[in-house]
Design a protein around this ligand. Sequence first.
Ligand SMILES: [Zn+2]
Length: 415
Amino acid sequence: MAEFNYRCSTCGRRYGRDEVRYLCPTCAWDYFPGSPLLGVLTAEFDLGRIRRKFRRSDPDWSLFSAVEPKYHPPYAMGWTPFFRAEELGRSAGLASVWVKNDALNPSGSLKDRASFLVAAEAARLGEKTIVAASTGNAASSLAAVCAAAGRRAVIFVPRTAPRAKLAQMLIHGAFVIPVAGTYDDAFRLSLEFTARHGGLNRNTAYHPLTIEGKKTVGLEIWMQNGWRAPSAILVPTGDGVIIAGVAKAFEDLRGAGLIRRLPRLICVQAERSDAIHSYIKTGRYRDARNPATVADSISVAAPSNAHLARAAVLASGGTSLTVSDREIMVGQRTLAAKAGVFAEPAAAAAAAALAKLRRAGLAGAREQVVVLVTGHGLKDVDAALKGLRIPEAIEPTSEGIERAAARLKRGGDQR
Ligand SMILES: [Zn+2]
């Protein structure tokens, strides 16, 4: 039996598990669509119980889960690789850089963690339909999880979403509603849709279990890192839910006495999609006016979880950075060439920020820094090809081979 209450991150009020579904009813009155959410709920576990029951020798992860395992969908996600990337670290002047490659989830992004838990909650509640707005990854993930769980996914997505992500949604049988507008528009429309036509809304942060689902990536890092918290974690940030999820993992662990200090969370945003970044830096919230960036997954004007994300970063002693589209594309190639990881542009933003950490004095040379890779490069091949040149074909002859060999001798760099 999952034992937790919800606590409102705005006013602090507590609610029983089935007393509320989305936002804190009191604070949600002040919310108007198109602004960061108010009254985002966080799950509050009995941490004393976790402290008493959790055994490293035989870890019971259900102690940390907000939905009982009997409702979990048959969808094998999580437990993605965590490894030291020496060459990548060297290129950034850091001795201990590690990669958590969450692009290796079944649908190619970290979003599987949130979709998984919301689908479990839908099973518990007997809801057949799950509705979501997404830049692409949450939707392709929800489509896949719903396919495995025998549920209907209804998806609002900007019509500009990368084609591979649209293909994923459609092939898994989701009902896809492309929106001639932005992600912020899709978010608003999907709330209106569920209010009028029902279904469980999986919008990020709006459904509190999206944060709990994403929390599992932090728990895995802790375990895979020898039950230790790293010094810092670089998190690509759009809506601010992944970073809140990572924070929640380490806060729960500290509350249960399983770690002593939190890792510093470093929020990484694209230069023009920087609402959370400037909120962290100035203390005042303002929408990003034109959030267009090559990193589509983190392009958002009014991040739904801005308030909680800022609080989480500050509580961890962390900070925030922005990276330009050019830096993101360089970061993507560096991550691919130095660590063997092909990340989509949004995920590559974390690798791009790595190069700035030492220069900005934000990490010591020997500190352990984790790069969280949130989505696969194959989800947006067109973006990667913008910075690459496909070599000319050779004639199928011996001379063709010799011409290629000569090119290889001259250096052979084709990026
Ligand atoms: Zn409240």
